[in-house]
Design a protein around this ligand. Structure first.
Ligand SMILES: *Cc1c(COP(=O)(O)O)cnc(C)c1O
Length: 357
């Protein structure tokens, strides 16, 4: 199978190889060293401030989203949430669960966030802002510079779910004044699912240290204490952390984060160029390098997904709910090449000649 979904995605041979070995014992100096390397490289690629801290959670991206909401905010906060699809909605649901007051800005499918939509919340005493930098469900990349300026002006603590944009789109945590950044192993990091990563600015660390939350597994204060010695409070997904280490070093030695973003961006450009004669419409006003969201004009999006899987051994990413027949997405993250793009385009053209699209 060739996998063009948005996670899990394809891994390099080297990363796969680590996954096939025995799992080493982890309360050791050698494993701590790996964890310190992971922290430093994640911070470097996120452009985090020098004293920022990184926490590795064994759990998918949502686990880290939940941990951040629990540990950073309380009933005394008042949050603004951008809800442009299923991941924005997830932040809304978390605030409901933890009784954190919020206002949501709901966007229509595929629409970009505009200045006037946030400007009306100027000077209204909001304390936090939650945004999925790239709303993966609809393929919309938000203008993070605009959001950052709004937060600076209003002294609002900014949390960015960069799960699908980290290593795919430019992101500079310190320049943007981001308080917390979240990412996950199975997106552009191209490792198996199971580990998510939280980068905490100094201000975020202070917020966490000043609170006493009632939770064992997602207690970030405890995680931070353990991270000082390169460890986690509980048994982590050891192998995935080793795979992350390999992948981060691969990116570093291939030229770093800028080079990687460029590589993903070129794959996306190549694909978008080659679909011009196919009966598809790009539905996002503001694209990420990670994904191309497409509306097929002549067939059901879900039927296209099924046919590609069955006949061509290719996975694209279907949508759920009311978008199931309207939208499918083609990912550009993971260990993909222009040659893989060509195979997908060939399959689309073959479907066209068979009258399926
Ligand atoms: C993938 C993703 C998540 C996390 O989903 P999990 O299934 O919990 O890993 C969260 N936010 C965004 C924007 C994502 O793309």
């Amino acid at each position: 199978m060739i996998n063009f979904t948005v996670g899990p995605v394809m891994s390099s041979e080297e990363v796969l190889c680590i996954g096939s070995g025995q799992v080493p014992y982890f309360r050791t100096g050698d494993f701590s060293k790996i964890m310190f390397e992971n922290e430093e490289l994640i911070k470097k690629f996120a452009h985090a401030e020098k004293d920022a801290k990184t926490v590795f959670i064994t759990g998918s991206g949502t686990a880290s989203m939940e941990a951040v909401i629990m540990n950073v905010f309380s009933k005394k906060d008042k949050l603004l949430i951008i809800n442009g699809g299923s991941f924005g909605k997830r932040f809304v649901e978390l605030c409901e669960i933890y009784n954190i007051p919020y206002t949501e800005i709901v966007l229509e499918t595929g629409k970009a966030l505009k200045q006037e939509m946030i400007d009306k919340y100027n000077g209204k005493n909001y304390t936090g802002f939650l945004v999925n930098m790239h709303e993966t469900s609809t393929g919309v990349l938000y203008n993070i510079n605009m959001i950052s300026q709004f937060c600076r002006k209003n002294n609002i603590f900014l949390v960015v779910d960069a799960i699908s944009s980290f290593l795919a789109d430019e992101f500079d945590m310190s320049k943007l004044g981001v308080g917390v950044m979240i990412t996950s192993s199975q997106k552009a990091l191209a490792c198996p699912p199971g580990v998510s990563i939280i980068v905490l600015s100094c201000e975020a660390v202070k917020r966490i240290e000043n609170r006493n939350i009632k939770c064992m597994y997602f207690n970030l204060k405890n995680a931070l204490i353990n991270a000082k010695r390169g460890q986690t409070p509980f048994t982590p997904a050891v192998q995935i952390l080793l795979q992350i280490n390999r992948r981060l070093k691969e990116i570093d030695s291939a030229g770093g984060v800028i080079q990687e973003i460029c590589r993903v961006g070129n794959l996306a450009k190549d694909f978008r160029c080659k679909i011009q004669n196919l009966p598809f419409k790009i539905i996002s006003e503001s694209l990420s390098n990670a994904v191309t969201p497409l509306h097929p004009l002549t067939a059901s999006a879900y039927d296209i997904f099924l046919e590609l899987e069955k006949t061509y051994k290719i996975w694209i990413c279907p949508n759920g709910g009311e978008l199931k027949d309207k939208i499918f997405r083609v990912g550009h993250i993971g260990n993909l090449t222009v040659d893989d793009n060509n195979k997908l385009i060939w399959a689309f053209n073959d479907m066209k000649s068979r009258g399926l699209i």
